[in-house]
Design a binder for this molecule. Structure first.
Ligand SMILES: [Zn+2]
Ligand SMILES: [Zn+2]
Length: 125
């Protein structure tokens, strides 16, 4: 499985860092990520949301990148690397608290534009 870069279309997008945030009222599984394309210059903040509520075999995943400037990338990278339990949704650290706030407020605290998502798709290889 590879990820397709929403910018150049090559299946060379890599997730560089992930902070798992658990669930909220919209989704069962949420993660804030930094993604980078090995082919083009794309570097972005991404949000992964998985929702398995509703019909049994109707699992939906939303995985989108949001173009970010250097400042926003630095902030998100910094808060992910400051955490010692990135796979622990109940982690009480400040990085987690800030990441939860960002996702809840649709990335506005990071200065990103939630209305301009770049969908990331899986490529079966
Ligand atoms: Zn690319
Ligand atoms: Zn944490």
């Amino acid at each position: 499985m590879a990820l397709r870069c929403p910018d150049c279309g090559e299946a060379r997008l890599r997730v560089m860092a992930t902070l798992e945030l658990g669930s909220d009222e919209r989704s069962d599984e949420i993660a804030l990520q930094i993604v980078e394309c090995a082919d083009c210059e794309l570097e972005a903040v991404a949000v992964y949301e998985e929702c398995s509520r509703g019909a049994l075999d109707d699992e939906s995943v939303i995985h989108c990148a949001y173009p970010a400037d250097a400042e926003a990338l630095d902030e998100v990278r910094g808060l992910i690397s400051s955490c010692r339990d990135r796979r622990g949704p109940d982690c009480p650290c400040r990085g987690h608290a800030r990441a939860r706030e960002m996702v809840r407020d649709r990335l506005e605290p990071a200065g990103l534009d939630w209305s301009q998502p770049m969908p990331i798709t899986f490529v079966r290889t």
